[in-house]
Ligand binder design. Structure first.
Ligand SMILES: [Fe+2]
Length: 315
């Protein structure tokens, strides 16, 4: 297959630590056309997708989780084109060898020009969202590499070191999975954000935990998103995990978030132990099913009664 990315070693030197943006040719593979996406949806097991609906209630935007309700891949694509929906097909390596193969090539090309950094990539997801969908202000736990393939979206990114937009306690709660990744946001903070318009063929990655929000601008939006850690990113995770534990259960007020030195390594060891004994698991939030896609009104949804809500199992 022809080369998929346009990134030099020099342009990639901040890969894993900073904002890196470059061009790619994933769209040319044809794997992200409507027909191929519909086929992919048809073979996605229930445990590997999340479909979310967004609506405004008062001043707040509410995100809820749903189910395809037996709709075909083609109908799901139509529903997303006409509704306010956001679909994540999780871990495509598990059920789509052809998408996996092309992403392995793309990431292999990235690795060739970023020898300075060792990355540990876990899952790769495909995101398909409505022309007017928005993703709320949130932070992700791993580092994210976003490959935009179709549609246009505006991406707002904040400095993860700014404790006003991302206080330590907030990041700890996300890492301990006490809260969804959506976090407190004030409109006033928009003036501090970097704004990046994502057109088809643009790929970008940004610093770990950098808070962000996204507004789709035009067309069905399709992206591939991969999560990865570097050794330093793993230590940051461990430090925040341990700090969160110490603040909540030992009554301490940890102020250091350094990922270097003995204290950082001790915190990582503590985090590893706590994760092993699953101490935080009881407090982890549960994803609840609260709507079904409407087969009679493509793009619409059927709201379930509170008593019909049930947990969604994800692998
Ligand atoms: Fe995100």
């Amino acid at each position: 297959m022809n080369k998929l990315i346009d990134l030099t070693r020099e342009q990639g030197q901040d890969y894993g630590t900073g904002l890196v943006k470059f061009n790619h040719l994933l769209k040319e593979t044809g794997l992200f056309d409507d027909d191929k996406l519909a086929e992919l949806i048809d073979k996605t097991p229930r445990e590997f997708y999340m479909i979310t609906h967004m609506n405004v209630e008062g001043k707040k935007m509410i995100w809820r989780n749903g189910d395809f309700n037996g709709l075909s891949g083609k109908e799901v694509i139509e529903a997303i084109k006409h509704g306010q929906l956001w679909l994540c097909l999780r871990g495509i390596e598990t059920f789509s060898p052809e998408h996996h193969e092309v992403m392995e090539q793309a990431f292999g090309e990235v690795a060739n020009v970023t020898p300075h950094i060792k990355t540990d990539r876990s899952q790769t997801h495909i995101l398909i969202s409505s022309p007017n969908a928005s993703v709320l202000y949130h932070t992700d736990i791993p580092i994210i590499h976003h490959w935009h393939v179709r549609g246009k979206k505006r991406f707002y990114l904040w400095d993860e070191k700014d404790k006003t937009v991302l206080p330590d306690e907030t990041l700890e709660a996300v890492i301990l999975r006490e809260t969804e990744e959506e976090i407190h946001y004030e409109k006033d903070w928009d003036k501090f954000a970097s704004v990046i318009d994502l057109e088809p063929g643009i790929s970008c990655t940004w610093p770990q935990n950098g808070p962000h929000k996204v507004d789709n601008l035009d067309g069905l939006n399709v992206s591939v998103v991969a999560e990865y850690f570097t050794p330093q990113a793993k230590r940051k995770y461990g430090v925040y995990y341990a700090n969160g534990f110490m603040r909540r259960y030992l009554g301490l007020k940890p102020s250091s978030t350094s990922t270097e030195g003995l204290a950082a390594y001790a915190k990582c060891a503590l985090a590893l132990l706590l994760k092993k004994i699953k101490f935080a698991q009881a407090k982890e939030r549960e994803m609840m099913l609260s709507f079904l896609l409407d087969p009679k009104n493509i793009g619409g949804i059927i709201n379930l009664k509170q008593s019909e809500h049930k947990p969604i199992t994800q692998l």
